[in-house]
Structure formats: C-alpha cells, structure tokens
Design a protein around this ligand. Sequence first.
Ligand code: URA
Length: 275
Amino acid sequence: MNKNVLDQAIDYLEYSKNLSGEYLFFETKPISAQLAADIPQLLTNQEVPTLPIKKEEIAETKTTAPPTVPHPSSLHYEESVDPTWKDSQTLPELKQKIQNCVRCPLGATRTKFVFGEGNPNADIMVIGEAPGADEDAQGMPFVGRAGQLLTKILESVGFSREDVFIGNINKYRPPANRRPTNEEVAACEPYLIKQIEIIKPKFILALGLTAADTLFKKSHKMGDIRGKLFSYNGIQTMVTYHPAALLRNPAWKKPVWEDVQLLRKLYDDYLSNNK
Ligand code: URA
C-alpha cells in the first residue's frame, strides 16, 4: 500500500529526529517533483529488502585483526610499499602491502592507516574524503561525529555499515582536518582505484566535493551534481553532501535524505532486475 503525504512527512520527521536527536529541523519546501514521483513506488514494499551478503563474509571482515605495524615515518617510499601491491587479489592483501606508504608527507604525521571497512563484496561503496582525528586514532573510517551521522543516514534507507564498504580518497589524516592537497590525493588515489577494482561495487555514494572532484577529475559545485546519477567507469555513482557539512549546515539534511532515498530506489530496481 502506498504511503500518503502525511506518512511521508512522518517518515521525514523520524529521519530528521534520528539525525539530530530531536525535532530541530523542518523545512516547508516541498520535495522535488522527481522524488515525489518516485516515492510511492519506493514505498510500495513495506519491507526493505536485505542485501545479498553472506554472513560469513561480514564476520570475516569484522574479525580480521589489524596487523601491528611500525610507524612509517622513517621509511622511504620504495621500502614502504610492497612493489607487488597492484597484483593484490583481496582487500586484506592490498591493505597489508600498502599500509606503511610514505608516498605523501601525511605518512609522517598520521597515527593510524585507515584502509576502509565493510563488506568486501559490497554492491555499494561509500567514499569520503580523508580520516579525521577519531579515525586516525582508531584506524577505522567514519567513526567520529560525521561518521555517526553517516551511519544514521545509511540506516534511514535500510543499509547498515556492514552492508556497504566505507572508504576514503585518502588513507591518512591531513593535520588539523584540512582538505588533502592535490599531491596527497594523487598519491593515494591509485589505492582507492585498486579497492574499487577488487570490490566491484554496482553503486558508489560519493560524499562531498573532494570525493566527487577526485573521481571525475573536475571541479564541481555540489548544487549542480547532487541527486543525479553519473557513471564512474561504468559504476552508477551518486554524489551528495559530506556528513561533516551537515553538522555545520543542518538544512542540507533534507537534500541528503532525497539523495539516499533515490540511491535506495535505484538499488532496489537493480536487485529486482538481477534476481
Ligand atoms: N570524514 C571523512 O571524509 N572520512 C572519514 O573517515 C571521517 C570523516
């Protein structure tokens, strides 16, 4: 049964409450005509389909103990990365081969290498910018305030962190959370490309302009690209605001809600066409 406008409004308020902890943000502007047209279809199924993930795969990803590695600050690039890293067949192999990289200066200042985590066979890959202080301390992506918001955004459309693979353009934290420089991005991007090659996602959710500009090799304005579908080497790619930006500007929560709902719909369509 389709939901009526009131039910949709309640859903949105619930999403908004989950993201901010209280009913803080409510905008009266109607949702876009495209989304309004899509929502009834999206809501036809009461049950959100689960992703085709094998439980053992999740358990394996979660329980792999991170190897203890020395800080790479005293290494030279040649000795910091296994020269065979491009031949890696699995994520653990790739991680092991590149985790000491000092190709860019961030190798000297980082605490932990943040490779990314989640389902190694994910249909959806979420790509952020670079680790912040919490991620640098814990070695895991999106675990600070922005990360907790990301988790809630994913959950609002029925995805858990374990369903998807969450990674970043840069694997090391830029000091003081500045944006990574072009050189730092260029040094680290090949590792992301290799991750994408191994995971083979069907969809990418790019968070923020660093992710979008890096993937598409062009400077963008968020307003021009969010909520649309692009092809990144044949992978359907959606760009939306970075969760850290939502912490600064809660009015962007609504466009993000629209974007992730559209992604959910596209993914459901993909699942029903590939049964
Ligand atoms: N911001 C990012 O872009 N990535 C993280 O892992 C954390 C915050």
